[in-house]
Design a protein around this ligand. Structure first.
Ligand code: C2E
Ligand code: CA
Ligand code: CA
Length: 642
């Protein structure tokens, strides 16, 4: 050992002391700086990265690693590193009881070479090899053990000192709070994320649930064809609206809308096309709906429109708008069809304060609208109450047979060229003992509905036969045309029934049966057979309301009919409407080509009659010549006719 001079020794000491002081200062600076950095940093990865880079500097290690306990508390993962060979290690997970990390976690104190002295021989031998050049200080959070900071191999081949251990422990103490915070934030974020995912799932499930709920609701509350509220939902909507309308001024109107002759449209076009018309019909009404109004489907061709917060005037305006909307034809398979509707109206509170009364009154109003051929009718307490007896119509009809309330009126048909009466159309009349005159349109339909039409028709045929007889005795050899419902004509027993009643050829050859075009859509062979049998009895066949139906000309050609009656809707407007003139002209030409005679119905003016004459029409019928009249009156009429 050399002898060092005293003053020199002191000088060396001072230099060492200064260096140490400087080192201390920079260490404190580094600690403060690190603390500042990580304390405000909540991004976990950045915190780990900073800690690793600062720590390696602090203890001058070759490698620095940060093992952190995983959430499972069974493994730890190297979350960050600095220095040599860290790439392979960072990200790796190891079991907790493996290596020094396990020792630190178990003993809750730092590991360094100095610890070897405290171990028994066996342990010492094990750890000396494994961890002789390593410091691992624990990262202890406020609540639990987080992991550690491991410094491996001091730079320049030196060994870690007690001071390094102390520095790193202090450093760990400072950063563990920041790490714990960042870990907590991360956990919070993850929980939050999980919550969001969960929420999304919940929302999805909720949506699925409400969609399937909607479907169930749709099936039970909505009409599948039109998508409109059905009877059940309507009931609820009306009740709810009525409970809201409490004051006298809160008028709520119920419109009962019924498509006219929908059954024949359906029979004629088939159900698919009928459905198409229904859908289009609803669309047209829907165009006029406001937010708080409900359109619903009651049954096949019956709809309810609920108008809340309205007035009588507004209701009438809306009704007219809807009816106007119905005027344009429906185009099905490139053909135009006219579909019109009748509307019965009742209003809360005037015509009823509960749903049932309002609906019943709307129904009565609808029947009146149909009876009177007016497009709509507003229920009228005094006048219409009597119509409630409508419900007893089947009883009334049966009585009508017994009491002989039905009567046949006759309307003359004249040969246009010679202006002579050729025949008469028999038109049914019913004067109800209380309700008075009821339109044949109404009671014929009711007779059909109650299956009384056959009986009625056979009675009418017998009655007409008597008239033919009577008139021929008086020297008038006139024919009588009787309207035959399709329902009756299709009755398998029809021809026999007629034959049983009219065995005399002199009578049957003076009978004309008026049948409608809708018949031609039924089974062709069957109709052909029936009509042929009727013809063989001498009965003439006439096609009524021609032009409004759907008969194809080729079918017409093959059927044994004698006459076409052009529907009055074409005749009425033919002077002013050029299209109607063309239609009338072509029907006349067509009929003549097929060897049929042509009748024009609804001739009301001389001008029309003259025009028909020019077009070559054979026969005319209408108010111009005479209105339908009772048999007695008709007999007088023919006696006096020119
Ligand atoms: P329909 O067979 O087309 O009868 C012609 C209708 O036009 C009759 O109406 C007649 O009164 C009316 N009419 C005749 N000339 C004119 C005119 O110049 N102008 C106007 N505006 N109308 C005229 P009605 O008697 O009310 O009969 C209506 C419908 O009821 C008949 O139409 C027919 O389909 C049915 N019907 C009437 N009686 C019977 C019957 O005994 N059996 C069957 N099955 N149906 C009947
Ligand atoms: Ca007729
Ligand atoms: Ca007619």
């Amino acid at each position: 050992m050399f002898n060092v001079p005293q003053e020199n020794r002191t000088a060396t000491n001072v230099i060492d002391f200064r260096r140490e002081l400087k080192d201390r200062e920079s260490e404190i600076e580094l600690l403060q700086d690190t603390f500042r950095l990580v304390a405000s940093e909540l991004n976990l990865e950045k915190v780990f990265d900073t800690v690793a880079k600062r720590a390696i500097h602090l203890v001058r290690a070759e490698t620095l690693l940060i093992p952190i306990l995983d959430n499972n508390n069974e493994t730890y993962t190297y979350r960050a590193g600095a220095g040599k060979n860290t790439e392979e290690i960072v990200g790796e997970a190891l079991p907790l009881d493996f290596g020094v990390c396990g020792w630190v976690w178990k003993n809750k104190k730092p590991w360094w070479r100095g610890m070897l002295d405290e171990l028994d021989e066996k342990e010492r031998n094990q750890w000396e090899k494994e961890a002789g050049t390593l410091i691992l200080v624990p990262l202890q959070g406020r609540r639990h053990f987080l992991g550690g900071i491991a410094a491996i191999n001091k730079q320049d081949g030196l060994e870690f000192t007690q001071r390094d251990l102390n520095m790193l422990s202090m450093f760990a103490g400072i950063v563990s709070i920041a790490i714990e915070n960042a870990l907590a934030v991360k956990e919070l974020e993850e929980t939050h994320q999980a919550l969001i995912t969960h929420q999304h799932r919940l929302e999805r499930l909720n949506k699925q649930y409400s969609e399937s709920n909607k479907k169930v609701e749709q099936l039970s509350l909505y009409d599948p064809l039109t998508g409109l509220p059905n009877r059940t939902l309507l009931r609820d909507r009306i009740n709810r609206q009525l409970s809201l309308s409490t004051s006298e001024n809160d008028v709520t109107s119920v419109l009962l809308i019924d498509i006219n002759n929908f059954k024949s449209i359906n029979d004629a076009l088939g159900h698919d096309k009928g459905d198409q018309i229904l859908i289009e019909f609803c669309k047209r009404i829907k165009k006029h709906l406001r937010l708080n109004e409900t359109l619903g489907r009651l049954g096949s061709d019956e709809f309810i429109l609920l108008l809340p917060y309205t007035s009588h005037k507004k209701t009438v305006n809306r009704t007219n708008k809807i009816l106007k909307e119905m005027e344009s034809p429906y185009i099905i398979d490139n053909k135009d069809f006219n579909v019109d509707a009748s509307i019965g109206i009742s209003s809360f509170p005037e015509h009823g304060e509960d749903r049932k009364t309002l609906l019943r009154h709307a129904d009565i109003a609808l029947n009146i609208a149909k009876e009177r051929h007016s497009k709509y009718h507003i229920f009228n307490d005094q006048e219409d109450e009597a119509d409630e007896s409508q419900i007893n119509l089947s009883v009334d009809l049966n009585n009508a047979f017994k009491e002989k309330q039905f009567e046949l009126y006759y309307q003359p048909k004249i040969d246009i060229k010679s202006n002579t009466i050729m025949s008469a159309e028999a038109l049914g009349r019913w004067t109800h003992p209380e309700r008075g005159f009821i339109s044949p349109v109404v009671f014929i339909e009711a007779l059909e509905q109650y299956n009384l039409i056959d009986k009625y028709t056979y009675d009418a045929i017998e009655c007409a036969a008597e008239s033919i007889n009577q008139w021929s005795k008086d020297g008038h050899n006139l024919k009588i045309a009787i309207n035959i419902s399709t329902q009756t004509l299709m009755d398998p027993d029809f021809v026999n029934q007629v034959r049983n009643r009219i065995s005399d050829f002199s009578i049957s050859r003076r009978l004309i049966f008026e049948i409608t075009e809708s018949l031609f859509l039924s089974d062709h062979d069957y109709i052909f057979d029936t009509l042929t049998r009727l013809r063989s009895m001498g009965i003439e066949l006439s096609i009524d309301d021609f032009g409004t139906g759907y008969s194809s000309l080729s079918r017409l050609k093959r059927l044994p009919v004698n006459e076409l009656k052009i529907d009055q809707s074409f005749i009425r407007d033919m002077i002013d409407n050029f299209d109607d003139q063309i239609i009338v002209k072509s029907i006349i030409d067509l009929a003549h080509n097929l060897g049929l005679s042509v009748v024009a119905e609804g001739v009301e003016t001389q001008e029309i009659l003259d025009h028909l004459n020019k077009l070559g029409c054979d026969i005319a019928q209408g108010y111009l010549i005479a209105k339908p009249m009772p048999a007695k009156e008709f007999e007088k009429f023919i006696k006096n006719y020119k």
